[in-house]
Write a protein that binds this ligand. Sequence first.
Ligand code: G4P
Ligand code: NA
Ligand code: NA
Length: 194
Amino acid sequence: MKILEERIRQEGLILSDTVLKVDSFLNHQVDTQLVLQIGEEFGRIFGHQPVTKVLTVEASGIQFAMATGIALGVPFVYAKKKKAVTQSEEVYSAPVHSFTRHEDYQISISQKYLGPDDKVLIVDDFLATGAALVGLADIVNASGAELLGVGCVIEKSFQEGRSLLEERGIAVHSLARISSMSPGEIHFINHHTE
Ligand code: G4P
Ligand code: NA
Ligand code: NA
């Protein structure tokens, strides 16, 4: 998505070879028009499939799931995060290892809002290690719903998230795919400029 790549080039702060900050337009302050355009783009990519529900994880996936839900005319549900506790019977939950915080946490979704009749599109802001998305995919499987695909706004292709998901047979579409970066330099796969 060309306008997204341009914004990342203009405003993205590359803190290291692995961490990109997009706090000025996506992750802290949010450019609402851009987020709606991102939702429309996911709508174009996945709209030919019979999606019934968009799923994400709180917090920074929520605005993209909402925009995608608007574009597809379906609700979105966000998994809640909490410290690992005993599993309640009314929720589907999965453990997630956070590589940035070096701890495990649990994501959960009420069984009321996901079930065998659902056809699910997962949306998130970053595809990095893929840990949270794999957990979400496990929840979808546990519910009996069908997972149609995963849409990510920014993929760091040099991390293992995409291959983890593809190993499970999950179709992954990312709107900006970063092949490599370092402070002052960023490279995209399928770049549209130059
Ligand atoms: P993940 O790939 O499964 O998300 O796990 P990872 O442990 O790699 O990432 C931890 C958190 O950091 C995730 O947010 C993820 O979206 C975010 N993240 C990963 N790489 C980057 C990056 O380059 N830049 C930014 N800004 N964020 C990144 P989270 O813990 O789920 O928290 P939340 O922000 O969604 O609340
Ligand atoms: Na996230
Ligand atoms: Na995040």
